[in-house]
Write a protein that binds this ligand. Structure first.
Ligand code: ZN
Length: 307
């Protein structure tokens, strides 16, 4: 039996909010169309944050409305708090993701809330969901799970305890995010194994960054210990200001190539995925796009995985 993974494309959110330029709404629509045409069936299309903080996401509701026209697509949005969740639910998203820092220092710096306060916020978001949109899934993304630029080491125990706390607060899934690109494969194996032992099937996605070139290795390590949902971004969009030449998120094209070449089904058509770089490039002229597979092309005789 062929193994199957879900590739959750986060470029339209994670990628676009990490760069200076703002992609015009029509270009976002065209890019999402192309990603969908390539076979991606979960896309994080926006984040619901005040436009004065993140003008790149001012059209979030409009982008969600467009994405909702695609049959079979899970439309995701990131929300930092209850207010964002209200807006995202009003726009009709299928899935919310809330970042919760495993590092206390990162949490205070990023959202000016302690981890415990963020878990409380999450509890309110779950209550809102239960009352108004019970079919919507809520995911917590445990950011800085593998290390923090402010705090340095993030103890495994802190991550496991936080995973248990967000599940107790009612989330459907808790994923682990290497926000700062500090993870290594041994750590990924160890931490996902411990988190799964704690929260079982509520263990969510691996969100890996390629800051130090270990993005794919970390995804493979997560796959080896049972993770089947992977966040990635077309063209590794977003880059990393601290590591010139390195992409931000794992590059979707390379991740899909790795899995398909291994015989693991992604549902994504690689030639069409490469073609989706064109609308992205047109929407963001001059922005660097990353990826080894798009540069090298598919190897002669390449056969994609079949179910
Ligand atoms: Zn990311």
């Amino acid at each position: 039996m062929t193994d199957t993974v879900l590739i959750s494309e986060v470029g339209p959110r994670d990628g676009l909010q990490s760069i200076q330029a703002t992609m015009p709404t029509a270009a976002k629509r065209a890019w999402i169309d192309a990603l969908y045409a390539a076979g991606l069936r979960e896309i994080e299309v926006a984040s619901f944050v005040p436009a004065r903080l993140l003008p790149q996401m001012a059209d979030a509701a409009e982008v969600v409305r467009h994405a909702l026209t695609k049959p079979g697509l899970t439309v995701m949005a990131l929300v930092p708090n209850l207010r964002g969740a209200e807006a995202a639910l009003a726009a009709g998203v299928h899935k919310l993701t809330l970042p919760v820092s495993a590092s206390e220092a990162h949490s205070l710096a990023n959202v000016r809330k302690s981890r415990a306060d963020m878990v409380e916020e999450l509890r309110h978001v779950v209550r809102l969901r239960d009352a108004h949109a019970p079919q919507v899934k809520v995911e917590a993304g445990l950011s800085t799970a593998f290390g923090c630029t402010l705090q340095g080491v993030v103890p495994d125990d802190d991550v496991v305890r936080l995973a248990a706390a967000v599940v107790e607060a009612g989330v459907d899934e808790a994923g682990l995010s290497d926000t700062t690109g500090m993870a290594n494969p041994a750590q990924v194996r160890r931490l996902f194994t411990r988190v799964r032992a704690e929260i079982g099937p509520r263990t969510g996605a691996a969100h890996m960054h390629n800051t130090r070139g270990l993005g794919l290795a970390n995804c493979l390590a997560a796959f080896d210990v049972g993770v089947r949902t992977f966040d990635s971004s077309q063209g590794g969009l977003g880059g990393c200001p601290f590591a010139p030449g390195a992409s931000g998120n794992v590059v979707t094209e390379d991740l899909v190539f790795m899995f398909e070449a291994m015989g693991v089904h992604t549902g994504v058509d690689l030639p069409r995925l490469m073609a989706a770089r064109e609308p992205l490039r047109r929407g963001l002229p001059g922005e660097p796009l990353y990826g080894m597979t798009p540069e090298a092309g598919l190897p002669k005789g390449f056969v994609a995985a079949t179910v």
